[in-house]
Write a protein that binds this ligand. Structure first.
Ligand SMILES: [Zn+2]
Length: 438
């Protein structure tokens, strides 16, 4: 009650003293409405609902189409004018008082993985709509035009944001997605034009900033009971095929001291990978996730093992350092066991995408102003923000995922945490509008 009175009072003050726009003022006590956000998340969860309580809202599926129509309606309901770009990205526009200023863009995605949950992506889109609703309800007009975006096919390869930064690999368009359609057919189905993706591209200077609110999808915030994650960047990923060469021979007649066993070397190598990544300070991770032995028979000493090596970190130099250390350890194993090791780097590498340092400060200050606890952290998962970071100052706001569960119907974020994220998003948008990036 008291809070409501304060909001009313301050918006009256604002409208008297700061018309026609807020000119740097951040309305002191405007907060997102947890109940409204929860209701909107629940309503969105109906599209593609599965028996486990999550969603199968795979990009380009019937459920995705219905969910997209629902989001467009919701955008119109809060006063946005809605358009689709040629990649099928849904864009809700709100005019600024100075129409020539670049656009402040924020949003996320509503497509899911097969067997997904109700929060990944959805919180960012519903949170962005909540921000617009709060601006409307409080009569705030920003100087900059605003755009709320729901990106096309995030889970299938960041299709929408790739198009927006002009980096679509055209071979990708013929890849068959989970929907059964190729990505190109999918783009056409949702109302885009795969032959004119160039038109979806945003030019330099067109955007002032991009901000994505998202669930953490990890357990750090939940376990440490912290309200807001200020994302330092999306980690880079490098992959290798590692081949360990031994000598295939009879497992019954070859004595133990006369073997060049590729599998035994692989076992030592896997432990070394784990030791290297664990043994240095920092958040780097390294993983062997797949292994194949040849010839692969119980009665033959393995002559060759091919395993995968993946390294992730926020810093490209750190990733290289981790690889160099693993490679040195591998060399020692290879020499001691007479099993040469060679590497082939797989070309799926995504470089680290640091967020803008000024954006991190603005997000942290926004959380602090609201009395919320926050922590700086990397994102171990990929997001559309990593693409947008290549063309505009980009920031990401994380809210806790209970037990760190994600890409699962068990994914859960409380209404209060979602609202905290949207409140921080609102303050961040207003701070940027008032010149915090200058
Ligand atoms: Zn996501």
């Amino acid at each position: 009650m008291f809070r409501q009175a304060t909001v009313l009072f301050s918006s009256v003050l604002l409208s008297i003293s700061l018309l026609p726009h807020t000119l740097g003022a951040t309305p002191a006590d405007i907060r997102a409405n947890p109940d409204r956000m929860q209701q909107r998340i629940n309503a969105l969860s109906a599209f593609g609902a599965n028996a486990d309580g999550g969603v199968d809202r795979i990009a380009f599926s019937e459920a995705d189409l219905a969910g997209r129509a629902h989001i467009m309606d919701l955008m119109r309901e809060v006063g946005l004018s809605v358009r689709l770009d040629t990649a099928g990205n849904i864009i809700g526009q709100r005019e600024g008082s100075e129409p020539n200023l670049p656009v402040i863009m924020f949003g996320s995605h509503i497509d899911s993985v097969p067997g997904g949950g109700n929060y990944d992506g959805d919180v960012g889109v519903i949170g962005a709509i909540e921000v617009i609703q709060l601006l409307q309800d409080n009569g705030i007009r920003t100087r900059h035009p605003l755009e709320v975006v729901s990106f096309t096919d995030e889970e299938g390869g960041l299709t929408g944001s790739r198009a927006m930064i002009g980096k679509v690999d055209y071979r990708m368009l013929s890849v068959v997605s989970h929907s059964g359609m190729t990505i190109g057919e999918g783009i056409r189905t949702v109302g885009g034009d795969p032959n004119r993706l160039d038109l979806a591209e945003r030019r330099p200077g067109e955007l002032k900033a991009f901000i994505e609110l998202h669930i953490e999808q990890g357990a750090f915030l939940d376990e440490e009971d912290i309200d807001i994650g200020v994302v330092e960047g999306i980690v880079g990923i490098r992959w290798w095929d590692v081949t360990i060469e031994g000598f295939a021979n009879h497992a019954g007649t070859t004595p133990m001291n006369r073997r060049w066993d590729a599998m035994v070397s692989a076992a030592e190598y896997i432990l070394a990978v784990n030791r290297v990544a664990t043994g240095m300070p920092g958040g780097q991770v390294a993983t062997v996730g797949r292994i194949r032995a040849a010839p692969g028979a119980p009665n033959v000493i393995p002559g060759e093992v091919v395993l995968s090596l993946e390294i992730r970190d926020l810093s490209a130099a750190k990733m290289q350092h981790v690889f160099d250390e693993i490679s040195a350890a591998g060399k020692r194993i290879a020499e001691a066991r007479f099993t040469p090791i060679r590497y082939e780097e797989i070309n799926v590498a995504s470089p680290p995408a640091p967020t803008d340092e000024r954006m991190r400060r603005i997000i942290a200050a926004s959380a602090d102003d609201l009395g919320l606890s926050f922590k700086f952290m990397p994102s171990g998962a990929g997001h559309d923000a990593q693409d947008m970071a290549l063309i505009t100052p980009t920031g990401m706001i994380f809210v806790p995922s209970v037990k760190g569960i994600s890409h699962s119907p068990k994914e859960f974020t409380s209404a209060e945490d979602m609202a905290n994220g949207a409140s921080v998003l609102l303050r961040t948008v207003l701070a940027i509008d008032a010149g915090a990036l200058e």
